[in-house]
Write a protein that binds this ligand. Structure first.
Ligand SMILES: Nc1nc2c(ncn2[C@@H]2O[C@H](COP(=O)(O)OP(=O)(O)O)[C@@H](O)[C@H]2O)c(=O)[nH]1
Ligand SMILES: [Mg+2]
Ligand SMILES: [Zn+2]
Length: 294
C-alpha cells in the first residue's frame, strides 16, 4: 500500500498521462470515474511501480480552459493557467475577431491576457496600429516581438517567469517559433518524457507543460490552441468586453442583449464614440456565433 503523493500533469499521452512527481515522471492511468484530467492539473497519485501510477484525485483548479466535445459538452484542455498570451501578426492577416474571443474568455475566466504582435520585422505594421492602440487604452499589455529576428524576446521571456502560460492564436502566427526560442531544448525534453514512460513516441498532438529555466511553465499545445465560446453565456461574453463592464448596469433592461434593445447603454456608448465601434461590432458578430444565441 503506497501513499498518495502530489504531482503535476505535464502531458496527455495516448497511453496515459505523464505526471511529474518530485523529479521523476510517472505514466499514470486514472481512477475509474475520475473526471477528465488536463495538462496543468495538480493531482494526487498512488505510485504503483518505479515509473507508473494512478491518479486518484484532481486538486481544485484556479482556472480551466475547455474545448467543445461530443454531445454539446466541453472537455478541459489545460488547467491552472495564469496567463494567456494571444499571439498574432500581420501575416497571416490579423484576425481581431479571434483576438476579442480570446480576450473575452480570459476576462470571464479570470485569466490574465497579454497581446503579442509577432513578426515585427515585417514592414506592414502601420495598418493595425490604430486598432492596437484601442487595446492598450483598455489596459492590455502588448509585446512587439520577432521570434526569427530576436526582437523583444528578452522582455517576453522575463514576463513568462513564475506563472503558467499558454500561447493562443491562429495557425501561422509563430507560436511554435516563439516556443522554440523560449525553450530551446524542447525536443530533448519531449524525448525525456517518452523515454521515462517507455511507451513509444511522444505524439506531437499532445499538449505539454514545459518548465522555464527561471521558474514557471509554458504549455505548448500543438495544432491550434482552441478553446471556444462554448461554455460562455451571452452575459459572460458581454462582460468579456472589459469596456462594457461599467455600462452593463446602465442598460434600461436587466436582460438587455445589447443589440437593438431600447435604452442600451453599450450601443449608445459605441454610437457616441465613448467605446470602440469596431469592438462593439465584433461583439455582435461573436454573439451571433454563440451556440446559445440560436
Ligand atoms: N518574418 C517572420 N516570420 C516568422 C516569425 N516567426 C515565425 N515566422 C514564420 O511564420 C511561419 C509560421 O510559424 P509557426 O511558428 O509555425 O506558427 P504557428 O502555426 O503559430 O506555430 C513560419 O514560416 C515561420 O518561419 C517572425 O518573427 N518573423
Ligand atoms: Mg505551431
Ligand atoms: Zn445593453
Amino acid at each position: 500500500m503506497s501513499d498518495l503523493v502530489e504531482g503535476l500533469v505535464v502531458s496527455h499521452l495516448g497511453q496515459g498521462i505523464a505526471v511529474e512527481v518530485s523529479d521523476s515522471i510517472l505514466l499514470c492511468q486514472t481512477r475509474r470515474k475520475l473526471e477528465t484530467v488536463a495538462v496543468g492539473d495538480q493531482v494526487m497519485v498512488i505510485q504503483s511501480s518505479a515509473d507508473q501510477g494512478r491518479i486518484e484525485k484532481i486538486l481544485p483548479r484556479r482556472s480551466v480552459l475547455t474545448r467543445p466535445s461530443r454531445n454539446k459538452k466541453t472537455r478541459p484542455v489545460a488547467a491552472n493557467i495564469d496567463k494567456i498570451y494571444v499571439i498574432f501578426a500581420t501575416e497571416p492577416h490579423c484576425d481581431f475577431l479571434l483576438i476579442d474571443q480570446y480576450l473575452a474568455i480570459c476576462e470571464s475566466k479570470n485569466i490574465d491576457a497579454v497581446l503579442v504582435l509577432n513578426k515585427v520585422d515585417l514592414n506592414n505594421l502601420a495598418e493595425i496600429e490604430t486598432e492596437l492602440q484601442q487595446y492598450q487604452k483598455l489596459g492590455y499589455k502588448l509585446h512587439k516581438v520577432s521570434a526569427i529576428k530576436d526582437i523583444g524576446m528578452t522582455e517576453l521571456k522575463a514576463a513568462l517567469n513564475n506563472q503558467i502560460s499558454i500561447f493562443a492564436g491562429q495557425s501561422g502566427v509563430g507560436k511554435s517559433s516563439l516556443t522554440n526560442a523560449i525553450i530551446p531544448d524542447k525536443q530533448l525534453k519531449t524525448n525525456t518524457v517518452s523515454e521515462i514512460t517507455k511507451h513509444g513516441r511522444h505524439t506531437t498532438t499532445a499538449a505539454t507543460l514545459y518548465h522555464l529555466p527561471e521558474g514557471g511553465g509554458l504549455i505548448d499545445s500543438p495544432g491550434v490552441a482552441i478553446f471556444g465560446l462554448a461554455d460562455l453565456t451571452e452575459q459572460q461574453l458581454a462582460w468579456g468586453y472589459r469596456e462594457f463592464q461599467p455600462l452593463l448596469e446602465l442598460c434600461r433592461f436587466s436582460d438587455c442583449r445589447h443589440l437593438k434593445d431600447k435604452g442600451c447603454a453599450v450601443r449608445m456608448a459605441a454610437e457616441n464614440g465613448d467605446i470602440s465601434k469596431q469592438r462593439y461590432q465584433r461583439f455582435l458578430k461573436l454573439r451571433e456565433k454563440m451556440p446559445t444565441s440560436h
